[in-house]
Ligand binder design. Structure first.
Ligand SMILES: Cc1cc2nc3c(=O)[nH]c(=O)nc-3n(C[C@H](O)[C@H](O)[C@H](O)COP(=O)(O)OP(=O)(O)OC[C@H]3O[C@@H](n4cnc5c(N)ncnc54)[C@H](O)[C@@H]3O)c2cc1C
Length: 544
């Protein structure tokens, strides 16, 4: 036997191989089952091809590079003229190009038969969920672009003017007027210094002119400022109104957007989020004066769905990394994966992801069916805020636990877990923070009798009536102080109903036992999951 030199430390023992060049679809049984249950079984081959593309070492490297090389604000050119542009790393553009080519920014609007042609939403949702596992910062403009089209519906002429450029599957990063580009992206500006949730406090002013409006004021957050146009809320003479504000005026001159600085954020670092001043910027009105919130709310439901999908995707990637590592890593002569306490943690994490992905895909299905089915419309209306509240707030703690499964490696950037961990909280904050989701569910219950939805969820979940008693039955009358308990319970019930339709019965039963019938608590690994179900969960999470 060759004796190794004392200096030879090159041989790496007892470490897992890189988690790359994986098919993000074929290795994810809960996703496959949720796709089948929601009508896209026929797309399995295409989804698998997407899963291989996004799970490749090359795409994972792009995700890392786009976050290591931060976007830079170029306020002025070399001679002192205003520039107000952002310089991104090429990796960011590559990710944008791939997402646009796959139609993540618009496929639901271009599907044969239009948006209501089921299951366009589910097919896109599955792809979005996989893309979010690899890189989420670039998905901000992708999400906003596809959702903004919904808000433009009240102005068919304006929509018709730009629609072809928006749905184009060619990404064009050039800083030129949108009509000279192969494709365009859309952003949004609602939040001001004095109010984000409370957009009625907006002070940005809109003054009518002959050909549109002049916007003067600021936005405290304006993400992806290289988008070609932005939906913006401003106070017009008739009240808070929605506008489409392009980066170039109709005469081809640069519009009055002055980017003040970029936010130094916890995560979401590949995505530039700016503070902006509108210096007499040109804009088109969208919808009636005073109807700003009503107009923009069409967009918000769609962006909230994407928050749920992305957070479920983060959890999925964290789980896959944890299970993968524990299958290779031995401690005390036994693989971590076979250590009873680690199995309990991994199985509990896997069960959480089962619920999240089943719920997220079922919710996407409701968006597909809402136009033709009032019950599905009610589902989309109510379960969107409930799922956003629950899944997006679950993700950070979940990722922390998955990170620990990798030991010290999990705390190191190359493992990707730190990036996922930093990325996760933003989905709970933007597009309506946790409490705001609670208020939204209460509002929907107070305006309309939702007992039909609760009855159908309880029936589909097949849980004893006693399990849904308490806070859930009182949603109509719940006080704001108790809304979180009720909305959390609603999300659990919807998860179980979704699991009943897509996962093996033992999974739904384990979810009920450990999350509905007993309080789960913030930590993982203490839930009573039997050995057989644990094995099933781990095989479904990452087939060996
Ligand atoms: C990375 C990033 C990018 C962003 N990009 C954009 C963008 O592109 N465009 C844009 O318009 N905005 C953007 N935002 C802003 C974001 O949408 C807001 O921060 C968010 O809506 C919350 O608003 P706020 O910051 O004003 O907080 P506030 O409205 O002050 O809320 C603070 C807290 O109070 C809670 N709260 C509010 N009302 C109530 C109530 N009645 N009862 C109990 N609790 C309540 C909220 O849930 C929240 O937890 C971005 C934010 C981040 C972090």
């Amino acid at each position: 036997m060759a004796i190794r030199s004392r200096a030879d430390t090159g041989e790496v023992l007892n470490q897992s191989p890189p988690f790359e060049n994986v098919d993000l679809f074929s290795t994810d049984l809960p996703l496959q089952d949720a796709c089948k249950a929601n009508g896209v079984a026929h797309e399995a081959a295409a989804l698998s091809s997407f899963g291989r593309q996004w799970g490749s070492a090359g795409m994972l490297a792009l995700g890392r590079q786009a976050n290591e090389n931060l976007p830079k604000l170029r306020s002025f050119d070399a001679k002192g003229r205003r520039s107000d542009t952002i310089e991104y790393h090429p990796a960011y553009h590559d990710l944008m190009r791939a997402s646009v080519a796959a139609g993540l920014h618009a496929s639901t609007w271009t599907a044969a038969g239009g948006r209501s042609a089921a299951p366009a939403e589910v097919a896109r949702a599955a792809r979005y969920y996989m893309a979010a596992q690899v890189e989420s910062g670039h998905l901000c403009p992708i999400t906003m672009t596809r959702a903004a089209l919904a808000a433009l519906a009240p102005d068919p002429a304006l929509l018709a003017k730009i629609a072809a450029k928006v749905v184009s599957q060619e990404y064009d990063a050039a800083f030129r007027p949108w009509w000279d580009k192969a494709g365009m992206t859309l952003g949004m500006g609602m939040t001001e210094k004095q109010g984000g949730t409370d957009v009625r406090a907006n002070t940005t002013a809109a003054t009518p002119t002959v050909d549109g409006y002049v916007i003067t004021g600021h936005k405290w957050f304006l993400s992806a400022p290289m988008c070609d146009a932005f939906l913006v809320l401003a106070q017009a003479p008739g009240g808070l109104t929605c506008f489409l504000l392009p980066r170039f005026r109709p005469d081809g001159s640069v519009n009055g957007l002055q980017l003040q600085r970029l936010k130094d954020k916890l995560g979401n670092r590949s995505n530039a989020s700016s503070e902006v001043e509108f210096a007499e910027a040109f804009a088109w009105r969208v919808g009636a004066e005073g109807a700003g919130i009503r107009t923009i709310i069409q967009m918000v439901q769609l962006t909230r769905l994407d928050c749920v999908l992305a957070s479920a995707g983060f959890m999925r990637m964290a789980l896959a990394q944890a299970v993968h590592h524990c299958r290779y890593r031995s401690v005390f002569q036994r693989h971590l994966h076979d250590q009873p306490m680690m199995r309990a943690v991994l199985a509990d994490l896997a069960l959480e992801v089962e619920g999240a992905v089943a719920l997220a895909m079922r919710l996407a299905g409701a968006f597909d069916r809402a136009a033709a089915d009032p019950v599905e419309a009610a589902y989309a209306r109510i379960v969107t805020p409930a799922a956003k509240y629950w899944v997006c707030k679950t993700a950070p703690g979940f990722i922390y636990e998955a990170m620990e499964c990798l030991g010290g490696n999990g705390y190191v950037e190359e493992s990707m877990l730190p990036r996922l961990y930093r990325e996760a909280p933003v989905n709970a904050i933007w597009e309506g923070s946790g409490n705001v989701m609670g208020l939204d569910v209460l509002r929907a219950f107070s305006r309309e009798n939702q007992s039909g939805l609760l009855d159908s969820l309880t029936r589909e979940a097949d849980v004893p009536a006693a399990e849904t008693a308490g806070p859930l039955n009182n949603l109509e009358h719940a006080s704001e102080a108790h809304a979180r308990a009720a909305v959390g319970r609603l999300a659990l019930l919807a998860s179980i109903a979704a699991l009943r339709a897509s996962a093996p019965p033992a999974i739904a039963e384990a979810f009920i036992r450990t999350r509905l019938s007993s309080v789960h608590g913030a930590l993982y690994g203490a839930a009573a999951i039997d050995t057989g179900t644990a094995e099933m969960l781990l095989q479904r999470a990452l087939p060996e």
